[in-house]
Design a protein around this ligand. Structure first.
Ligand SMILES: [Zn+2]
Ligand SMILES: [Zn+2]
Length: 139
């Protein structure tokens, strides 16, 4: 299988993952904004079974940001590795900024646009959802 690699900024945490990305989103919710220190967090959805740590498993820290979500980051450099949604047990949502090389990406969507920052102007023409797009699957 076509594999990608990734690592945190201090390189203690590294991993491989499948290049079969099933979803790509820019999340504008207040938690992603704070955790990334930016206008939004960008994540790719992959099968959990395709993700493997190659170093630094003991260097990750888990922050439970809500009942369902856990955010995984490097405890030394603070890089956001991924978030986990306990309601979706077969997927991981890996921060795209920690992935190396050229991931094959589906078109991105903006999600939780309803809670974006007032100064955040989205003008890239991509689809926007007020919340999570699962609510709009019947379109
Ligand atoms: Zn690190
Ligand atoms: Zn979010």
């Amino acid at each position: 299988m076509d594999k990608l690699s990734g690592n945190c900024e201090c390189k203690k945490v590294s991993f491989t993952l499948s290049n079969e990305i099933t979803y790509f989103s820019h999340c504008h919710c207040s938690q992603c904004r704070r955790c990334h220190g930016s206008a939004f967090g960008s994540y790719v959805e992959i099968e959990r079974s395709s993700f493997e740590y190659t170093s630094g498993v003991n260097n990750i820290k888990i922050f439970p940001s809500s009942k369902l979500c856990e955010r995984i980051f490097c405890k030394d450099c603070g890089s956001n590795i991924m978030f986990i949604n306990k309601a979706i047990p077969d997927k991981y949502y890996v921060s795209i900024g920690v992935i190396n090389g050229n991931p094959k990406l589906p078109e991105a969507h903006h999600i939780f646009v309803g809670s974006k920052a007032s100064w955040d102007k989205i003008n890239d023409g991509l689809k926007q959802y007020e919340e999570y797009p699962i609510n709009n699957n019947n379109e």
